[in-house]
Design a protein around this ligand. Sequence first.
Ligand SMILES: N[C@@H](CCC(=O)N[C@@H](CS)C(=O)NCC(=O)O)C(=O)O
Length: 211
Amino acid sequence: MKLYQNEISSATSRVRIALALKGLTAEALPVTILGENSESRQAGYRSINPQGLVPALLTDSGVLITQSLAIVEYLDEIKPEPPLLPDTAEDRAQARSIALAIAAEIHALLPPRIGLHLGKVFQADADAITAWNRHWVGEGMAAVETMIGGRRQGAFAVADQPGIAEIFLFPQAISARRLGFDLARWPNIAEIVARLEAIPAFRENARTPRR
Ligand SMILES: N[C@@H](CCC(=O)N[C@@H](CS)C(=O)NCC(=O)O)C(=O)O
């Protein structure tokens, strides 16, 4: 397998964590994502992934899978142990709800293309873009905290083992900390993140200095 990726991409971190939990490896194919002239905006990479985003996983049979949730679920299917989804249908739905609340409602408002567009069309400077990022992270993580607290049954967000919910939660929580948030304001998230920081697959694979 090959993984189109970027070192500072939080969406890529999700896939790296899943690979590490599964004991799988993928050859890293770096794609730059910052600035107007990044590789993610060039025709070359767009001909591979029309969305111009990382991560994108090239399977051993040459199929490209885009979107981190689809990639993580693919990895779970090709190597079922350890499972990344909980035992019951309701818990699996809860895990996917948390993952999507992060991927679709928080992170989607933060990547470089959003900041570039805010700057170009609305003249937002670096401070304004940081304020934008803090707004969506603060509001979104507060909602995720309530979602987790409402149904939490185990040591982690949904169960006693980390899985898809934590794979999405952890890089976003690290980004929130880098944006100046004290995770203690979200007690369930803070406790879960502290547990995840003790697990090498999480600790060593969430490199998200910018978002
Ligand atoms: N929903 C996508 C998000 C992918 C995404 O936004 N990736 C960012 C890096 S974290 C990216 O490639 N950004 C390029 C850009 O914004 O121009 C996923 O979960 O894979």
